[in-house]
Design a protein around this ligand. Sequence first.
Ligand code: KG4
Ligand code: ZN
Length: 340
Amino acid sequence: MMNILGIETSCDETSAAVVADGVTIRSNVVASQIPLHQRWGGVVPELASRQHIERLLPVVIEALEQSSLDLPEINGIAVTNRPGLLGALLVGVCGAKSLAWAMSVPMVGVHHLDGHIASAWLTEPDVEFPFLCLLVSGGHTELVLVMDRRKRFSLGRTRDDAAGECFDKCARAMGLPYPGGPAIGKSAAFGSPNRIPFPRPLLNEGLEFSFSGLKTALIRFLSEDGGKTSVEDIAASLQAAIVEVLVEKAFRAVKTVGVNTLCVAGGVAANQELKRQLMARANQMGVRCVIPPPILCTDNAAMIAAAGAVRLLAGERDSLHLDTIPGEPIPQLETAELRR
Ligand code: KG4
Ligand code: ZN
């Protein structure tokens, strides 16, 4: 049995988890910084780093307690070391290095997006490879072809804003609280999705995304409308535009590469309307659809432990010189067929 301690501090959640053999979650503690950043309308990197420093050890202790394991029963540590806010990443990585050194256990650095992808097999241990992962978070919107637990290629990503970022920026313009995705999702449930014909950027073109124009269209609408249209209708119309693009592209990618399974990951995967439409289309097309529970969609350390387990279980480790890297894209699969 290999008990892995996962640590995640790449953005605004301080999280620690214990995962056994890479698939069984024994604990997954997430301390959210949402209240800290809410008054600024978005994540303030320096504040995030400071709060990670204060919370990391209490969160690790809580994760150990909930797992009913003692520190000596931990056999390895997995920590997000890329990509993310540099100061925030440093806190987790320094903590992981100190623990790994003190406990004499191996440590590996994990790519944050590999963590999100691993939420697929944490949710569905028998998930069939290769699968297509629609990765939709506050920082990323990407279609990833996952060949196996190690090998993955990007088929297309956003040219500008991420889907979650679009939710967040639009919510801010509408006077809704941060983070915008859940706020818009709640409001949208009471509005009409057809009320405003917001643009569907790049809907019929390839596997790339673009969401910054949608934000511009919303801001223009708000100033021209002058408060006549209800927040619920605006939220529902905006959500409909984002969801339609995500669903269309996800299934275009599934068809292009010919896989049978679609997994969704990242904070936006917690969106009810997105889930509903993905499930409906998957049923229609005979595609299996894996959608993690909300706790595994938003940032958490269980997914980092699961991703790190792939290397730890193979006996690999990183040195205590492990770097933190603010940006590192997933390699693109370059074929003429896929770029069409
Ligand atoms: O994966 P995540 O926790 O952090 C990043 O790695 O970015 O994703 C956070 C993003 C935020 O943009 C937030 O607005 C969005 O996920 N989000 C949602 C929902 N819950 C979180 N977007 C739409 N509907 C939701 N229910
Ligand atoms: Zn994330």
